[in-house]
Design a protein around this ligand. Sequence first.
Ligand SMILES: [Zn+2]
Length: 66
Amino acid sequence: MDKYSCREATRLLLQEQDRELTTGESTMLQFHLGICAACRKFRDQAELMRQAMARWRGYRDDDQEK
Ligand SMILES: [Zn+2]
């Protein structure tokens, strides 16, 4: 599991928002999150960011409909 670094975990956390992770990726990610508090924190931040972006996109869609 040494090869599976925080760098890899954060990359997957971001990709997870755009695509479905493979079972292997998802398993590794969950394992890493289980042992790494820093990446759990990153996941929380990424989730907040995603929600903010979704709201922002919502506003843009409203603008375009006018
Ligand atoms: Zn980590």
